[in-house]
Write a protein that binds this ligand. Structure first.
Ligand code: HPA
Length: 274
């Protein structure tokens, strides 16, 4: 069925429960869901109550939409996203981004857990994405183009808003830490990479590696939304350190950066004016 019809049904169900029009949509990555508790006048909608919504099965994802305010900014925060490795198509993985745009959001903030390829990063670092490399072998815009949403061949020259990166960098500085920038390589997962794959990714210009975000950023750009994306370096990528990677470590690092991450989002969100 036409995806726009499904999106409109989901939007109507959400609008019936939340009383606000969001300016910004926020997607919280693995282990980073605690930010949703920070919203003022929060209304929570479990994904299971939204028609056609892909329900994430990944551990570390709560599976709910929370609408509320950060300062005076109306936002909708998604705790949990659908990943390709769960078996979702790229279109399903970007359904939520289409919904947030239709709800009225002019901008998106995507967050994720990522492996650090750039040796100047350390575990627990927050990094603003400056660009990405799509190695997922798929694209959410494949197939019929709905001109209502955007053009057949969208530009991706500034997929990650320069102005928003500046806002985030200044906010981090104010909070007492530096926010470096990096290029994010997206793979499908679900296995973590091999050391040879990480050397390849470093050679082609990647600073970070992860299994999400890129389909959503493509769709947000398709709809001309402005994008900010922040990775939490939950672990150094495979082969960088003489140790294995496990998901529990990824979640634990997310918990450790909680207060820095929360302060950064709180400072940045009210400044994103579209
Ligand atoms: N690789 C891919 N995805 C990830 C990683 C990683 O090392 N850490 C967190 N998400």
């Amino acid at each position: 069925m036409n995806q726009r019809i499904l999106v409109d049904v989901a939007v109507a169900a959400i609008q019936a429960k939340i009383g606000i029009t969001p300016a910004v949509g926020v997607v919280l990555g693995s282990g980073l869901g605690a930010f949703a508790e920070e919203l003022r006048d929060a209304v929570t909608v479990p994904y299971t109550e939204i028609p056609h919504w892909p329900v994430s099965t990944a551990i570390g994802h709560a599976g709910q939409l929370v609408a509320g305010y950060v300062g005076d900014a109306p936002v909708v925060v998604l705790s949990g996203r659908a990943h390709l490795y769960e078996g979702y198509t790229a279109q399903q993985a970007t359904f939520a981004t289409r919904v947030l745009h239709t709800l009225g959001a002019h901008s998106m903030v995507f967050t994720n857990a990522a492996g650090g390829i750039n040796l100047s990063y350390s575990q627990g670092a927050l990094v603003a994405l400056s660009d990405h490399i799509n190695l997922q072998g798929t694209n959410p815009l494949i197939g019929h183009n709905d001109d209502h949403w955007g053009p057949r061949f969208p530009d991706m020259t500034e997929a990650y808003s320069l102005a928003y990166r500046q806002i985030a960098r200044d906010a981090a500085k104010e909070l007492g830490f530096t926010l470096p920038e990096g290029v994010y390589a997206a793979l499908s997962g679900p296995n973590y990479e091999t050391p040879a794959e990480i050397r390849f990714l470093r050679t082609i210009g990647a600073d970070l590696v992860g299994m999400s975000t890129v389909p959503e950023v493509i769709v947000a750009n398709h709809m001309r939304m402005k994008v900010l994306a922040i990775s939490c370096v939950t672990n150094m990528a495979a082969g960088v350190l003489d140790q294995k990677i496990d998901h529990e470590e990824v979640l634990e690092t997310g918990r450790q950066v909680r207060s820095r991450f929360t302060s950064l989002l709180k400072a940045v969100l009210p400044q994103l004016k579209g």
